[in-house]
Design a protein around this ligand. Structure first.
Ligand SMILES: NC(=O)c1ccc[n+]([C@@H]2O[C@H](COP(=O)([O-])OP(=O)(O)OC[C@H]3O[C@@H](n4cnc5c(N)ncnc54)[C@H](OP(=O)(O)O)[C@@H]3O)[C@@H](O)[C@H]2O)c1
Length: 288
């Protein structure tokens, strides 16, 4: 396959570059391709003629999206439409990456692919717009929803927790925001498998298996890094907001159930196993 990756220098983009090494890949970072510019996308598509586009480019800072919802929509909504429209013209398959945050979190069991989204924050609204616009513009679109990504060589949640611990800063994490930490290396392999098995268009939920709160995740990071003695306080989202925290609203429970990819025998391992693998290789990963 000849595969063009947007946002290729982000966490998932870098993992895809490694996972897809046996295919022809065209890696476009933000400097080469701004997805809010439809002409630029068409130029790349005409020049490179990929048969698949994996669209990772996004504004992923949820608090920034909350402050600048128009920018979020321009990149995550309209930008995704621009990519889909260009794929529809050229006939390339599209894999558009989306998020667990499209759900409102009131369901008490994992969300399946057909559950109805109801986004709570500006980032999630813009990502759901992107999903809807892409599917309407191009029939051959695979929407891949994932949660809580961390990738090598990147300032991800794992690294932020470790830096804060080593700086001796007080650590506290919420116990009532629950999803699944997901290694981008695992997600990239699962996306490759979807493509190689010629998965039908539609929505796929792909996260590592199991569930955790932010607190559980942080405690496991510290344990794996040999810092299990670090004091970590637990708070609820309500307690955090009562202290003046004004970040984006998050779904309380947004675990994704993988039913459609599992039917193609595509499953990701448990999140603790994936996190242990990240830490087992971390010295090499720190260089990206
Ligand atoms: N991170 C998560 O926890 C998470 C969870 C679920 C789903 N997702 C989704 O998964 C996908 C990949 O996420 P990620 O964590 O790999 O994100 P990331 O590391 O933030 O990478 C996103 C990339 O998109 C680029 N970008 C931003 N605006 C752009 C634009 N207008 N045109 C082209 N490129 C642009 C960024 O470049 P610059 O930095 O140079 O601007 C960055 O390299 C995204 O669709 C995201 O919404 C992420």
């Amino acid at each position: 396959m000849r595969i063009l990756i947007t946002g290729a220098n982000g966490q998932l983009g870098r993992s895809l570059q490694r996972a897809l090494a046996s295919h022809e890949i065209i890696n476009l970072g933000h400097a080469e391709l701004d997805v809010s510019d439809p002409e630029c996308i068409d130029q790349w598509m005409n020049q490179e003629k990929p048969n698949v586009v994996i669209h990772c480019a996004a504004l992923t800072d949820t608090n920034l999206c909350e402050r600048a919802p128009a920018s979020a929509r321009a990149v995550n909504g309209i930008g995704t439409h621009n990519v889909a429209r260009s794929c529809a013209i050229s006939g390339a398959r599209l894999v558009a990456i989306s998020t667990n945050e499209v759900f409102d979190g009131v369901k008490a069991s994992p969300y399946v692919e057909d559950d109805r989204p109801n986004p709570l924050n500006a980032y999630a609204v813009s990502k759901f717009d992107g999903e809807s616009l892409a599917s309407a513009a191009h029939r051959d679109t695979l929407i891949v929803r994932a949660s809580w990504l961390y990738g090598r060589g990147y300032v991800n949640f794992n690294e932020k927790v470790l830096v804060a611990a080593r700086d001796g800063r007080p650590l506290s994490f919420v116990t009532d925001e629950i999803a699944t930490p997901t290694a981008t290396d695992d997600l990239a392999v699962a996306i490759r498998e979807l493509l190689e098995r010629d998965a039908p268009a539609g929505i796929y939920h792909l996260s590592n298996n199991g569930e955790a709160s932010r607190y559980d995740w942080a405690v496991e990071i510290l344990r794996l890094a040999g810092l299990a003695d670090t004091q970590v306080a637990s708070v609820t989202m309500a307690e955090l907001r009562a202290t003046g925290y004004a970040g984006a609203m998050k779904p309380a429970y947004s675990v994704l159930a993988n039913t459609r990819a599992a039917a193609l025998d595509i499953r990701l391992r448990d999140w603790r196993e994936a996190l242990a693998a990240y830490f087992a290789h971390r010295p090499a990963m720190a260089d990206g």
